[in-house]
Ligand binder design. Structure first.
Ligand code: GAL
Length: 688
């Protein structure tokens, strides 16, 4: 990727955002609290607050009676303090009058029962009434604040969920959706769903009234429909925003690899990707797994739009909903926040600014605790971070070069999740993908996280573990990629079904992947927990692997059709047959990992792979274990983030003769860079 000049998400506000979810409407009866909030925001160097997320009942206390006075006041205060509003549309939680008068807006479960009015995120997204009411309030907001100097960004709804509604309106919409997908041809649908099985054929569209988990094609289409319906609802929500504020970007706050919605389908319609990050720091003996898994989600969010994203929510301290809610240890808040920035975030935003006094989130971490004080540890660390983010303003809009792509594909996850076979207990698609990503993370190899529809051509290595679903055309694109010189990594269960969850005929992996991988998978073995299978290195293998490793859960039996074995199985009737292979194809190569092999196999495997294919990390030289190095780049400037995820001091030695600017300490630095426990340094230098 050629270097590009910085492209700040907000050209008129080119800095890193700092702030978070702010709910002043809970405190209108105590105006002194709001006065204190704005003083404390100044102290914490906050510049952007998300307002109005759950304010519908305060903005429209009765149907058609609106009250914007309090929000006007907050918007003015923000503007007066040179701060910005991330202004939300309030559809995430509905007012009680709406539920009472229009029961159709309440979600229905699959037994035909409607949710009572309670909680949030539980409305029907098909309901014309809900769509109309959200459009009205959104229009009022857009019209009212369109020229407001504080308005920076639209925060549309809150964490759209994928929990389905099974009401008659939704099923009618589903049938319409199906008619479109299958060109009004029910026979095409019957074929796609393989519905002759168990006499499940449909002879009229009206017969489709419930979801049948035994029909995998149907379940898949239902999940697709739920995503499309959410996207459609979102587009309905933003119509008035686009009309009145065409230049104000819109975002939705996503939830990492949440399985309910395929976030890739939102990517074309949002202007900026954002997500809510709540890692369980301090839950394991060291932080590496959590740090790497969090980095994976950051990279996914950066990849949605191929540009910086926003960290929309994070806790300054602890959450209230994990089984054990640990406060972040001193230093962890700054470290975890700057980790997001290192991976492409142009913000550090919190849930929440101030702890609410009552209800379910009263003990959720916040910048301002019930003590209202700026003296406590959490506030102090937030304020320190605020100053740091100001110093890091030049980072805003810089990109993150990556020559590796890791494929994480929602539809593939749904297909694996939904199928019955081989191994029904320990499928772990997401964990498998993350296990590969962790090997990149520990080597400081930058990666994008893409889905199987991505353009692979700009990557040197594409890692696609457990790519069970290969949609028609994806096999060809992967084949072309390898033919042109790309390195592809596939693993067990690959290429078994197409986009309808129908098995590829003619052997696995299906379509062109068989030729790319140079093999056929003839059977797949699975293991009870106390059964043993191993793999051992084949003499003289091209990755220089040695030794033996234990297999878990899955083992594909492989017949070579041009590939060569790297590892072979140790036991069973297929002992000494290939377990891991490599195949030179066109100008590139395809690796196939036939089994899930326990640690440290992947570590050794990637050591060989990185060396063989000269994959480059963000920094040359030795980075101590537990220190993560990430690079952002703008034009010919680079920003190197060095992050120590250990509880001990670490040191990184810069290449001889290299001088960088330490942005946080505002001084030139060369030689050895010291990192205290959980410490971060950000070094600006010249590219190359
Ligand atoms: C998010 C949600 C916030 C808050 C937070 C608590 O999922 O968007 O409103 O509930 O979790 O961690």
């Amino acid at each position: 990727m050629a270097p590009r000049p910085p492209a700040p998400l907000f050209p008129a506000f080119p800095r890193l955002l700092h702030g978070g979810d702010y709910n002043p409407e809970q405190w209108l009866h105590q105006p002194e609290v709001i006065v204190a909030d704005f003083r404390l925001m100044r102290e914490a160097k906050c510049n952007a607050m998300s307002v109005g997320i759950f304010s519908w009942a305060m903005l429209e206390p009765e149907e058609g009676r609106f009250d914007f006075a309090w929000l006007d006041g907050i918007m003015s205060r923000l503007a007066n303090q040179n701060m910005k509003a991330v202004l939300a549309t309030p559809s995430g939680a509905k007012p009680a009058w709406l539920s009472l008068k229009y029961p159709e807006i309440r979600r229905m479960n699959d037994q035909g029962l409607r949710d009572p009015h309670r909680g949030r995120h539980n409305h029907c997204r098909t309901s014309p009434v809900y769509r109309e009411k959200t459009a009205i309030i959104n229009r009022m907001l857009a019209e009212r604040y369109k020229d407001h100097p504080a308005l920076l960004l639209w925060h549309v709804s809150n964490e759209y969920s994928g929990d389905p509604c099974h009401c008659p309106l939704c099923f009618e919409a589903f049938r319409q959706w199906l008619k479109q997908r299958y060109h009004g041809n029910l026979e095409e649908l019957n074929q796609a769903w393989w519905s002759t099985f168990w006499s499940h054929r449909f002879s009229q569209w009206e017969e489709i009234t419930a979801i049948d988990p035994s029909m995998h094609g149907m379940v898949l289409d239902w999940k697709r429909f739920i995503t499309d319906q959410a996207v459609d609802f979102f587009r309905n929500e933003i119509e008035p925003l686009r009309e009145f504020t065409p230049n104000v970007p819109v975002t939705i706050n996503m939830m990492g690899t949440y399985m309910g919605l395929n976030y890739w389908k939102f990517a074309p319609y949002i202007d900026i990707a954002s997500w809510d990050s709540y890692p369980a720091w301090h839950s394991e003996p060291d932080e590496f797994r959590v740090a790497a898994d969090t980095a994976f989600n950051h990279d996914l969010n950066r990849s949605f739009k191929g540009q910086p994203f926003l960290l929309m929510e994070s806790t300054p301290s602890q959450v209230n909903w994990q089984p054990i809610c640990k406060p972040k240890r001193p230093g962890m808040h700054i470290l975890s926040s700057l980790q997001a920035v290192a991976h492409g975030a142009d913000s550090v935003q919190y849930f929440q600014w101030r702890k609410s006094r009552g209800s379910s989130e009263k003990f959720h971490g916040a910048v301002v605790d019930h003590d209202g004080s700026a003296e406590n540890r959490v506030f102090q660390e937030v304020a320190r971070l605020g100053s740091m983010l100001e110093k890091l303003a030049p980072v805003a809009g810089s990109d993150t070069p990556a020559e590796i792509a890791v494929v994480f594909d929602w539809e593939n996850a749904w297909a694996i999740d939904g199928h019955q076979g081989f191994q029904n207990r320990e499928k772990h698609y997401g964990d498998e993908v993350r296990a590969h990503y962790r090997e990149l993370w520990r080597r400081n190899l930058a990666a994008d996280v893409v889905d199987a529809d991505a353009d692979f051509s700009r990557y040197k290595l594409v890692i696609a573990p457990m790519l069970h679903m290969v949609r028609t055309g994806a096999d060809r694109r992967l084949a072309d990629y390898v033919r042109q010189g790309g390195i592809l990594l596939l693993s067990f269960l690959s290429g078994m079904v197409n986009e309808n969850d129908l098995c590829w005929l003619g052997g696995f992996p299906g379509g062109e992947l068989a030729a790319v991988a140079g093999l056929r998978v003839t059977e797949t073995d699975a293991f009870y927990p106390d059964q043993r299978q191993t793999v051992h290195a084949v003499n003289g293998n091209i990755l220089g692997l040695r030794g033996e490793y234990d297999v878990q859960h899955y083992a594909d039996l492989i017949q070579l059709k041009g590939a060569e074995a790297v590892m072979a199985y140790g036991q069973e009737f297929y002992a000494n047959t290939p377990a891991v292979t490599v195949h030179a194809f066109g100008k590139g190569a395809c690796y196939y990992l036939g089994a899930r092999v326990k640690e440290p196999f992947l570590t050794d495997f990637y050591t060989g792979l990185v060396k063989r294919h000269s994959l480059r990390s963000a920094v040359q030289g030795q980075i101590p274990a537990g220190v993560s190095a990430q690079l952002r780049r703008a034009g010919n400037r680079t920003f190197l983030f060095l992050m120590n995820f250990t509880t001990e001091a670490r040191a990184v030695t810069l290449p001889v003769g290299q001088t960088c600017r330490d942005l946080l300490e505002d001084r030139d630095i060369s030689g050895t860079v010291k990192l205290p426990a959980y410490g971060v340094r950000v070094l600006a230098g010249a590219a190359g």
